[in-house]
Design a protein around this ligand. Structure first.
Ligand SMILES: *[C@@H]1O[C@H](CO)[C@@H](O)[C@H](O)[C@H]1NC(C)=O
Ligand SMILES: *[C@@H]1O[C@H](CO)[C@@H](O)[C@H](O)[C@H]1NC(C)=O
Ligand SMILES: *[C@@H]1O[C@H](CO)[C@@H](O)[C@H](O)[C@H]1NC(C)=O
Length: 424
């Protein structure tokens, strides 16, 4: 135990030194500072500490471990970001080509891994592949798998981080959809998103309504558009002080937050191994409304090995703007910035009435981030809403869809039923 403690202390000191040493300065303006550091993955150490290997195995390693074939694809967006998309191959050889491919989009500070970390039994990616669908799990710009650009360097160029969920919807999704359709020779696909992965869809199909004709059906787990009634205390407090918070982060050179190669991820992963319920489960309870004990402690540890996959500070600021303004609107760049970018004084609203493709929502009574009242605002404006399914468990919350084994009873069958119905 003494040895382990010494190793940890040593490692933390090394990390801090690396952090301090790797401060890189870039750009011409004095406020354009970018702090960037990369800590080693340290699998040996994690193994020595007894972490479950599913916590640090990557998408390809996990799918292989559980007996599923997967492929790694790369897509370049119109504005130069290079994204990684993982394909899980259908488990059925003969008839899979008859169905539409399924695109899965993860949520905030998350990655494609969210759809498989729950394991083979009820992890949505596996469930879909077993039911004969080809599954394409996209990683949006800036996360651990998509931290690349044709000309910008994420470690040196501040412009790399100049994006929000608006760009995920406006650029990342169209590029991914076109790539999948071109490769499969299909006209349409099924879209499924979790949390911010739903926001991305609402953004895309209102800014680029021509993409509606490429969507056979979209299914949204824990949909996020309006955030007026978002009653998660910490995000709300941060949102109300977002300008100050952003200034502090900018001054520190932090444009990328909660990324996999940063110290926060490393410490969280270790902490969640030793105190899954007390610390990490509780974090979920406070931030999303998760009922304590509803996700197995072992899975909470594994989940936190994959969460914190990185986002931009600007993205968090955009969510803060939704909370404060009570509107679902594009990023507010300030008066001059708005004139330049949108040619209007205020940022335009996303017009979800443009979403003509059929939409299924799945929402929950105890979801602090996706409040039912806000979901109602959304449903009242969607012209082609098929159903807003409220999961019939009173304490169901934001992350239960992806980590709770009861999904196999209350969520996944419903998804499969809809896919089958629209698989014509
Ligand atoms: C996943 O891990 C394997 C084996 O360690 C490695 O070859 C591969 O490049 C990794 N994939 C990604 C996308 O990081
Ligand atoms: C494909 O065939 C299997 C049986 O081999 C069947 O259970 C499944 O529903 C079919 N899937 C599709 C998408 O048609
Ligand atoms: C939103 O889209 C709908 C449907 O296309 C259209 O009728 C309406 O005028 C739009 N609203 C705004 C404010 O542009």
């Amino acid at each position: 135990m003494e040895l382990v403690r010494s190793v940890i202390v040593f490692y933390v000191i090394v990390l801090i030194l690396i952090t301090v040493n790797n401060v890189t300065t870039s750009g011409s303006k004095q406020e354009a500072r970018l702090l960037s550091y990369m800590i080693p993955e340290a699998r040996d150490l994690k193994r020595a500490l007894g972490l479950n290997e599913d916590s640090y195995l990557n998408f390809t390693e996990l799918t292989t471990k559980y007996g599923y074939k997967s492929e790694e694809h790369t897509v370049t967006t119109e504005d130069g970001y290079i994204l990684t998309i993982f394909k899980i191959l259908s488990k059925c050889d003969d008839n899979s080509s008859q169905s539409y491919p399924i695109l899965l989009m993860h949520g905030l500070i998350d990655s494609s891994d969210v759809f498989i970390v729950a394991g083979a039994e009820f992890g949505l990616g596996y469930v879909l592949a077993r039911n004969c669908y080809d599954v394409w799990a996209v990683n949006h710009r800036g996360n651990t798998y998509s931290r690349r650009h044709i000309s910008l360097d994420p470690d040196k160029d501040i412009q790399f981080w100049d994006y929000t969920f608006d760009e995920h919807g406006n650029f990342d999704l169209p590029a991914s959809i076109d790539y999948i359709l071109q490769l499969t020779g299909k006209q349409k696909l099924f879209y499924m998103g979790h949390s911010q992965g739903t926001t991305n869809f609402f953004v895309m199909s209102s800014l680029k309504p021509e993409y509606n004709k490429k969507i056979q059906l979209s299914i949204h787990l824990a949909p996020v558009a309006w955030m007026t009634h978002m009653n998660s205390p910490v995000p709300r407090a941060l949102a109300l002080n977002s300008r100050q918070v952003k200034e502090i982060l900018d001054a520190a050179g932090l444009r990328e937050l909660l990324a996999k190669h940063q110290l926060t991820h490393f410490l969280t992963e270790i902490l969640c191994h030793f105190a899954p319920d007390a610390v990490c489960g509780m974090t979920y309870t406070l931030s999303t409304g998760l009922q304590p004990g509803s996700i197995k402690p072992k899975l909470i540890s594994v989940a936190f090995g994959h969460l914190l996959s990185g986002t931009s500070t600007k993205n968090l600021l955009h969510f803060a703007q939704l909370i404060v303004s009570k509107k679902f609107k594009r990023f507010d760049e300030g008066l001059d910035g708005n004139m330049k970018r949108y040619n209007t004084r205020k940022p335009p609203l996303y017009n979800v009435s443009q979403i003509t493709s059929p939409v299924v929502l799945m929402s929950a009574r105890n979801d602090l981030l996706s409040n039912l009242k806000d979901v109602e605002t959304l449903t009242s404006k969607l012209p082609n809403l098929v159903e807003n399914y409220i999961v019939p468990i009173r304490k169901w919350s934001h992350v239960n869809y992806v980590y709770d084994e009861r999904a196999q009873e209350y969520v996944n069958p419903k998804i499969l039923e809809y896919l089958k119905r629209y698989n014509v």
